[in-house]
Design a protein around this ligand. Sequence first.
Ligand SMILES: NC(=O)C1=CN([C@@H]2O[C@H](COP(=O)(O)OP(=O)(O)OC[C@H]3O[C@@H](n4cnc5c(N)ncnc54)[C@H](O)[C@@H]3O)[C@@H](O)[C@H]2O)C=CC1
Ligand SMILES: CC(=O)C(=O)O
Ligand SMILES: [Mg+2]
Length: 592
Amino acid sequence: MLAPIQTIARPVSSILPAAGTLAAKRTFFAPSEVYNKKQVIITKKTGLDILNDPKLIKGSAFTADEKDRLGIRGLVPPRPQSLEAQYKRCKTNLDKISDPLEKFIFLNHLQNRNETLYYKMIIENFVELAPIIYTPVVGEACQKFHKIFTQTRGMYFSTADRGQMSAVAANWPYDDVDVIVVTDGSRILGLGDLGAGGMQIPIGKLTLYVCGGGINPRNVLPIVLDVGTNNKELLNDPLYLGMQHPRLQGEEFHAFVDEWVSAITDRFPKAVIQFEDFMMPNALDLLLKYKDQICMFNDDIQSTGAITLASVLATMRARGGSFADIKKETFLCLGAGSSGVGVCETIVDCIVAEGATREEAYAQFYMFDHKGLLGKGRDDLLPSQQVFMRKEIEGGKTPAELLKKIKPTCLLGLSTCPKLFNKEMLSFVASYCEKPGIFPLSNPTSRSECTAEEAVEFTDGNLIFASGSPFDPVEWKGKTIQTNQCNNSYSFPGIGLGLVSSRATRVPFETFQVCARVIASLGTPEMLATGKIFPDLDNLRAVSLEVGIEVAKMAERMNIATQFPPKGMDWREWLKHNMWQPEYPHIVVKNL
Ligand SMILES: NC(=O)C1=CN([C@@H]2O[C@H](COP(=O)(O)OP(=O)(O)OC[C@H]3O[C@@H](n4cnc5c(N)ncnc54)[C@H](O)[C@@H]3O)[C@@H](O)[C@H]2O)C=CC1
Ligand SMILES: CC(=O)C(=O)O
Ligand SMILES: [Mg+2]
């Protein structure tokens, strides 16, 4: 039964680290300093079963001794090679491919053949390959899932499995699962309902958990809840792989998810569950329903909130101010869906933590959806949107009609509509505000509210730019203006690392505030001066470590941690110890 839902407004606890203390205290670790523990995998497999298992295979890297022990002498080439040599060969082959989707397919096959090599490839080339396995190219891979599909990965729970989900959950061959990413494919990036094709999103997100957060790839599980699709093309395409009936709705949808939650938490009681790309209002309803029952969060609502808040706080620093200046910002948000509402609520939480009342904080926002301003007379709004209603202004007015009155200092784009941040809007904002925050957050690139070039040109280089999908830095009047990727991929890997390492039982709202403050503290004054508010994406492991440590400490302070660093280790050492590294494991054969 669906719990009654009001809004996502909530009190802000005093659990947060004090503003301004994080940067001073933090020692920033380079990824190379991260401690490496050797993995040991115990299996009963031998022979071809080892070679056909992407978690066990080492290809040409098996030693002579291993070949004898595992019964594969003669089944692989004779001269043992290092992982490094394999990596170089594979990278050379990858570099020969120019088409981005073909690169995606190459990497997809690599993951299905040899996981260690795949994760090493992504870690070593993060900035180059994240846009392939993640936004923007993953969007196209979801759209064409049924056309490029060759091998299964993860799990599907469909309407045909109702009443039997516990039995289906039992089919997953590994008992230890740390992180699950689950979608129903109903709102994939800004591309709409892609049904079972949404599977590429949990797979991509979990690659980021492994590569960016050091989560063990043996312990991750991508899942699609196939409750049907309303995408007419997919309903009529004979190649489509999902259930070809309209989506379950209302009570039927919730009963389906209830059964799945019960089955999956019974089977994997320790797992953190990330809900991903569910459409409104289901996304928020499910979050409010389960957040106090199980260890779960919604990525689009909450981790997007965390990284966007980090962008806003870092912008305050880039202007020479402090986090507390967030109380003086005026936000214009295009998009009032799960992410728009989630992002703005997370910012509201922070403003309240900085001393404002909740009403004062809401008054700093002007939110628009496809019908215009959330204002007077709008009787079509969900409770979570009503708190952002401007009761003093007629609802439905366009941003252009209100721009001069509002004078926003930060533009948030979560509308799925390209080009909404137009020349008029951008040049006006830059005319009175020093370094306005220009944040076109919709994905993939084709949905971005503006490009980096447009933003720089129309603001004459006076901006902090952070977008959902990546854009290259822009040369402008002899200067390089840096761009940033404001994507939850920067926040959830560290959040997951902290939750898994502390075996937290819940994911409180404070988690996202803690995460935002850590990330917003990482930019050095030199970086901030060039417009760069976060360290580069190839530092994601180091960023995740910092986020993870603070999240784990928060879990301890809030009494929701159930695992602590062993004697003689602090949280930092424990998290470093837990971070998986792309190295071949020792394989031990035992008749289990
Ligand atoms: N950068 C990041 O990390 C993230 C980005 N996103 C992106 O945010 C976008 C929105 O996601 P959701 O909120 O979940 O989608 P949604 O479908 O729930 O919401 C979209 C909202 O945009 C509004 N909208 C449509 N046309 C508009 C227009 N012309 N002007 C103003 N508003 C308009 C709709 O009325 C709706 O309120 C997607 O493109 C998604 O990829 C989502 C999560 C994370
Ligand atoms: C990044 C992400 O989660 C989204 O666009 O939905
Ligand atoms: Mg998402």
